[in-house]
Design a protein around this ligand. Structure first.
Ligand code: NDP
Length: 316
């Protein structure tokens, strides 16, 4: 049986792995078969991770974190966790291909998943003009007219990036002011290819085999209009990925994993959380990494406590 299993391979998961490995706990990182590396694998320039004054590409940063974790003895498994049983002293983690894994502790660093608009045609036209990832799909929209929905940093980042390819990028936001940070807003406002449509919600996506347009509703007047576009990028935030632990681990009203104060301790002994799965406020690569550190240290203390209890029992 292992000491630590870390589920998730973003900055939180790999930083937890670096600390746990350096503590001699030989952690197993279950990194997902298709989404290993997490959100940063879909990002281009990361300009705000300390230590990289010139910036670093998201995938390069994740490769370095993985390399650092492996250097100290972490094992990385490219597999998907399908279910967990965390209630007992021995934690069971079942994977799609590699069978069941067992450990004394589990660190949940599963991050978050793209939020969807919930429209009928969103899934149908996914990959046919509807996308959640500008860095993955932007190239397909050379000289096209497209739209980005959302008013946060992600929407600004996606819209700005997409102007490398598209002739015109509309940013559609349901309010009259943006949530994005000032620097990201200013960058988008200064870009001549970007036009903002405020107070508007996307009501429908039209097109038979590919996106041809959007039906917009004015959120103030209720007026409905059509906007011809060939692509729609959805950047309206993320939801914590907690489906594996529903019914076992307590969640907050925001849907993140509930932890004890500033620690990573969940309601279950030996189960810890790190990164975006417990944070709906800061959600930065560097805060996720710091949170991974906290989880690894908490797991280490918990394991030391188990060892002491076992030694005391043996001596009595
Ligand atoms: P946010 O939650 O910050 O913003 C989501 C945006 O989408 C809001 O404007 C919100 O509207 C809108 N929205 C949410 N649900 C819907 C819906 N159903 N229909 C229409 N609009 C909707 O998410 P982000 O992904 O933008 O950012 C998440 C975190 O990541 C933030 O902390 C951000 O700072 C960080 N980030 C940092 C970057 C950087 O520094 N380079 C880049 C990208 C993200 P409303 O405002 O009305 O609530």
């Amino acid at each position: 049986m292992r000491e630590v299993i870390i589920i998730g391979s973003g900055p939180a998961g790999f930083t937890a792995a670096i600390y746990a490995a350096r503590a001699g706990l030989s952690p197993l990182v279950i990194a997902s078969s298709v989404e290993a590396g997490g959100e940063l694998m879909k990002t281009t320039d990361v300009e705000n991770f300390p230590g990289f004054p010139e910036g670093i590409q998201g995938p390069d940063l994740m490769m370095k974190l993985q390399e650092q974790a492996e250097k100290f003895g972490a094992e990385v498994m490219l597999d998907d966790v399908v279910s967990v049983d965390l209630t007992g002293d021995v934690k069971k983690v079942s994977t799609g291909y590699s069978g069941d894994q067992e450990a004394h502790t589990v660190i949940f660093a599963t991050g978050s998943a793209y939020r969807k608009l919930g429209l009928d045609d969103e899934e149908r036209l996914s990959g046919r003009g509807v996308s959640w990832c500008a860095t993955c799909d932007g190239f397909f929209f050379k000289t096209k007219t497209i739209a980005v929905v959302g008013g946060g940093d992600s929407a600004m980042e996606e819209a700005t990036f997409l102007t490398r390819f598209a002739d015109k990028v509309y940013v559609i936001h349901r309010k009259d002011s943006l949530r994005a940070s000032k620097i990201m807003q200013e960058r988008a406002f200064a870009n001549e290819k970007i036009e903002f449509i405020f107070n508007s919600a996307v009501e429908a996506i039209t097109g038979e085999n590919a996106v041809e347009g959007l039906t917009l509703r004015d959120t103030v007047t209720g007026a409905v209009s059509e906007l011809p576009v060939q692509g729609l990028f959805i950047a309206i935030g993320n939801d914590p990925r907690t489906h594996l632990i529903h019914g076992q681990v307590d969640l907050t009203s925001a849907g993140t994993i509930a932890v004890d104060g500033r620690s990573s301790r969940t309601n279950l002994a030996g189960v810890f959380a790190a990164g975006d799965v417990l944070d709906d406020t800061y959600r930065q690569a560097v805060t996720a990494a710091a949170s991974g550190t906290v989880a690894a240290l908490d797991a280490e203390h918990y394991l030391a406590g188990l060892e002491q209890a076992a030694a005391a029992l043996a001596a009595s």
